[in-house]
Design a protein around this ligand. Structure first.
Ligand code: UAG
Ligand code: ATP
Ligand code: API
Ligand code: MG
Length: 480
C-alpha cells in the first residue's frame, strides 16, 4: 500500500513537497516497534513524550510521522495535525481494513467485560462467527488471547480486528475504557452501536474529576459510533439521563434498557437458586427470561448485551430466549469451590466501591448465614476510592477482610491502611493467600465467601514483578 492513497481525502497536511508515493509496511506508536516502511505516531504521553523518539523512529526506517504541526521531523514525511492520535487512528484504520461487518462498543465503569462477552455468546448462538476484545483479551468461540490492557493500543486493536475478519469473524464487540477513549485507542473502524452500562468512581487519578471522566466516556457517543448508529443505554444509572440526551442530540437510534428502560423494560426480577427470572417488556409484549447467572448486575449486563444484538436487527424473542443459555463470564461471580464446611466461595472482579456493592448485593439473596468479603485496592491507581471501598464493604458485608491486590510500586500496608480507614471492624491480613486461607477457615456451613478485585487475573503485581496468583486456584487449595 502507498502512503499517498492512505492520506487521500483526509484532513491531513503533509508538510513536504516530497513524493507521497512511498510503500507503507506497518504502523507503530512506539519507536522500538518501527521497521523500514512504518508510519510512526508521535504522541505526548503521561510518562514520556513520544515526540522525543522521532529521530530514533526515522533512524529505524519510519517513512512518515504523524505529529503536531510544531514538531520537527527530518528524514521522513511529517503529517501534521493538532490531534495526531485521531489522525493516526484514521490512517491506520485505512491500512488495516477490512474489519468485521458488525462492530459494537461498550463503555461504563463496570460491566464492560461482561457485556461484550455476553454479546459475543448471543451472536454465536444466533449462528454468527463472533468475537470480543477487552480485559479478557481477544475471545472467540475457539480461542482466548490476552492483550494486557482492557483497550489495547490503537495498532494492536486495529490489527486484531483485521485479523478477526481474516479468520471469518463477522460480529465483534469491544470494551471502550475511558483511558482508551481519551487516547483514541479504538478509533477508525465503523462502530454500528455503542452501549453505556453505568458510571461511578474509578480512575480519578487519571481523569481528575467525575465530570471529566464522564466526558471521556461520552466521546464514544459523540464521535466514535457511526452517525447512523445506535445507542444502548442502561437507564437505571444516575448518569443515564445525560447519556440519553447526548445520544439523542447526536441523532443516534436510542434503545434504553432497565427498570426505567423504554426499549427493553425490566418489569420484574426474581433471584432463583442458580440464577434469576426476568420479566422483560418490549413493545408492549412481555417475555420471560430464565437467566442462568446470579446478581442484579449480571441481569443489567445481559439485557444491555441483548440490546446491542437487537440493535443490529436480530429477533427480540429469539435473543431473549437465548439469554437462558449463556455461560458465566470468567471471574465475574464465578463459584470457585465449596469449602469443607459447606460454604460457597465466589471470585469477582469488583475493584470499585460500586462494583463491591453490586457483588455483595448479588450474593446476599444466596446467603443464609454470614457474608464474608475479602478484597484490597490496586496500587498506582485512584487512591480516593480506597476508603470508599472499605465503607461499602463494612456496611454491607457481615465480616470484612482487607488484604492486597496488585500493590505495584506502593507499600502494601499503606494501601491496606487507607482501605481500613473506611472500614471499622474490618480484619487486616497482609498477603492475599494468607487472607484467603483465613476467610475460608472462618466460613461456616451457611456462610458465603466473596473474594473480590482480581477476578480472572493470573498474577499479583508487586513492584515491577508479576507473581503467579489466581484467586480461584488459591481458594481451591485453601479449601482442599
Ligand atoms: C495511563 C495510560 O493509560 N497509559 C497508557 C498510554 O500511555 P501514554 O500515551 O501516556 O504513553 P507514555 O508511556 O507516556 O508514552 C508516550 C508515547 O511515547 C511512546 N514511546 C515511549 C517510550 C519509548 O521508548 N518509545 C516510544 O515511542 C509510547 O508508545 C507512547 O505513544 O499508552 C501506552 C501505550 O499504548 C500504554 O502502555 C499505557 O498504559 C499503561 C501501561 C497503563 O497502565 N494503562 C492503564 C491505566 C489503562 O490503560 N487502563 C485502562 C482502563 C482499565 C479499566 O477499564 O479499568 C485500559 O484500557 O486497560
Ligand atoms: N452493571 C454493573 N453494575 C454494577 N457493578 C457491576 C456491573 N457489572 C459488573 N459490575 C462489577 O464490576 C466488576 C467488573 O465487571 P466487568 O469486568 O464486567 O467490568 P469492566 O467494566 O469490564 O471492568 P474494567 O474497567 O476493569 O475493565 C464485576 O465483577 C462486578 O463486581
Ligand atoms: N482495569 C482496572 C483493573 C483493576 C483491577 C485490580 N485488581 C487492580 O489491580 O486495581 C485497572 O487497571 O485499574
Ligand atoms: Mg473490563
Amino acid at each position: 500500500m502507498r502512503f499517498g492513497s492512505l492520506v487521500e481525502g483526509l484532513d491531513a497536511k503533509p508538510d513536504t513537497q516530497a513524493s507521497l508515493d512511498v510503500p507503507v509496511s506497518g504502523f507503530a506508536i512506539d519507536n522500538r516497534k518501527v521497521a523500514p516502511g512504518t508510519v510512526f505516531g508521535a504522541f505526548q504521553g503521561m510518562r514520556v513524550n513520544g515526540e522525543d523518539y522521532i529521530p530514533a523512529a526515522v533512524q529505524a526506517g519510519a517513512v512518515a510521522v504523524v505529529a503536531r504541526p510544531e514538531v520537527r521531523v527530518e528524514g521522513a514525511i511529517h503529517i501534521a495535525s493538532d490531534n495526531p492520535r485521531r489522525l493516526f487512528a484514521q490512517l491506520a484504520a485505512r491500512y488495516f481494513a477490512p474489519f468485521p461487518d458488525v462492530t459494537v462498543a461498550v463503555t461504563g465503569t463496570n460491566g464492560k467485560t461482561s457485556t461484550v462477552e455476553l454479546a459475543r455468546q448471543l451472536w454465536r448462538m444466533l449462528g454468527h462467527h463472533s468475537a470480543s476484545i477487552g480485559t479478557l483479551g481477544v475471545t472467540t468461540s475457539v480461542d482466548q488471547v490476552s492483550t494486557g490492557l482492557t483497550t489495547p493500543d490503537i495498532v494492536t486493536f486495529l490489527s486484531n480486528m483485521a485479523g478477526l475478519k481474516r479468520e471469518g469473524i463477522t460480529h465483534a464487540a469491544f470494551e471502550a475504557s475511558s483511558h482508551g477513549l481519551a487516547q483514541y485507542r479504538t478509533e477508525g473502524l465503523p462502530v454500528s452501536a455503542a452501549a453505556f452500562t453505568n458510571l461511578s468512581r474509578d480512575h480519578l487519578d487519571y481523569h481528575g474529576d467525575m465530570d471529566s471522566y464522564f466526558e471521556a466516556k461520552m466521546r464514544l457517543f459523540d464521535e466514535v459510533v457511526a452517525p447512523q448508529g445506535a445507542a444502548v443505554v442502561w437507564a437505571d444509572d444516575a448518569w443515564s439521563g445525560k447519556v440519553l440526551q447526548r445520544a439523542t442530540k447526536r441523532g443516534l437510534r436510542v434503545l434504553s434498557v432497565g427498570v426505567q428502560g423504554q426499549a427493553l423494560r425490566l418489569a420484574n426480577r426474581t433471584p432463583t437458586q442458580l440464577g434469576q427470572t426476568l420479566e422483560v417488556e418490549v413493545e408492549g409484549k412481555s417475555y420471560k427470561v430464565n437467566l442462568p447467572l446470579i446478581g442484579a448486575y449480571q441481569a443489567a449486563n445481559a439485557l444491555t448485551a441483548a440490546g446491542l444484538v437487537i440493535a443490529g436487527g436480530e429477533d427480540v424473542a429469539r435473543v431473549l430466549e437465548l439469554l437462558g443459555r449463556v455461560q458465566p463470564v470468567r471471574g465475574r461471580l464465578e463459584r470457585a469451590v465449596i469449602t469443607r464446611a459447606g460454604a460457597p466461595v465466589y471470585v469477582d472482579y469488583a475493584h470499585t466501591p460500586d462494583g463491591l456493592r453490586a457483588a455483595i448485593d448479588a450474593l446476599r439473596p444466596h446467603t443464609r448465614g454470614r457474608l464474608i468479603a475479602l478484597f484490597g485496592a490496586g496500587g498506582d491507581r485512584d487512591a480516593g476510592k480506597r476508603p470508599q471501598m472499605g465503607k461499602v464493604a463494612a456496611e454491607l458485608a457481615d465480616h470484612v477482610i482487607v488484604t492486597d491486590d496488585n500493590p505495584r510500586s506502593e507499600e502494601p500496608s499503606s494501601i491496606r491502611a487507607a482501605v481500613m480507614a473506611g472500614a471499622p471492624g474490618a480484619e487486616e491480613i497482609g498477603g492475599r493467600r494468607a487472607a484467603i486461607a483465613a476467610a475460608i477457615a472462618q466460613a461456616g456451613a451457611d456462610d458465603i465467601v466473596l473474594l473480590a478485585g482480581k477476578g480472572h487475573e493470573q498474577g499479583q503485581i508487586i513492584g515491577d514483578r508479576v507473581l503467579p496468583f489466581d484467586d480461584v486456584t488459591v481458594a481451591r487449595e485453601c479449601a482442599g
